[in-house]
Ligand binder design. Sequence first.
Ligand code: R5P
Length: 313
Amino acid sequence: MKLLSGTATLDLSKAIADVLDVPLTNVDVERFLDQEIFVKINENVRGEDIFVIQSTSAPANDHLMELLILIDALVRASAQRITAVIPYYGYARQDRKTGGRTPISAKLVANLIVKAGAHRVLTLDLHAGQIQGFFDIPTDNLFAQPVMERDIKEQFSLKDRNNLMFVSPDVGGVVRTRSLAKRFNADIAIVDKRRPKAGQSEVMNIIGDVAGRSCILLDDIIDSGGTLCNAAKALKDKGANDVTAYISHGVLSGPAVERISNSELREVVITDTINQPQAVKDCDRIREVSVATLIGEAIRRISNDESVSKLFD
Ligand code: R5P
């Protein structure tokens, strides 16, 4: 087995390499003056089972193109099996036509990855599970849930855990929220969210009695922070004791860090699927937990033809 990292998530790739005790393959990723990407793999990969790790996070187009070019280089270097490990799958929110004459970009990106020559995909908390079907190759969608469950157990005492209420910030997140709540035998509440315009969110109502409860908001993505900060305020207005958020992918664009710093959120816990700038690292309300062990173990299992779903039993 060989591991190869793109430039999007080098820290996570190194952590995965440590978990597996396999060094990262030596590769140069360079730019021509006009910004075209050029890669050169500096080791023999002929006949290898190779895992290319690259999130298609911002700048999404550059990181996606880099992934495609890395896969192309591996195909031409006669790698035997190429797995695209995409901890954060960008463009996932464009998973259906939202109106006339609009694209389904999540499917287009899947086509590009398959066409480039990937044999398998390994990803984590896809925005919508059915995106797996956009790939006509085996696709494993991991869940950050075990990592979050462990962290919640570390952060909340046994007594505090009895007062937890898991909250979905919109109707789309109910299945994910119920699944984690079940692990704690806890209740769930749902935020009735509307989007009057793209990039803006409004809380219409809270379904469930959150008064006096410690609320845990769960979401796959925090982008501008609007959804979570508005939800946290609405929960506090309804009498919640405190609100913590657990998010798989810290996209954190635009005003997100400032919004979080001025919000009712006690803490926002994100995973390391996206490499964060210093402003995020410096924000004392944002904490990162690692999915390196989870992804590393999934890679090991895929390479050994073992069950991946066993990881979530
Ligand atoms: C939407 O369905 C997603 O699950 C997130 O709730 C959304 O992307 C968060 O966006 P923002 O942080 O910009 O409100």
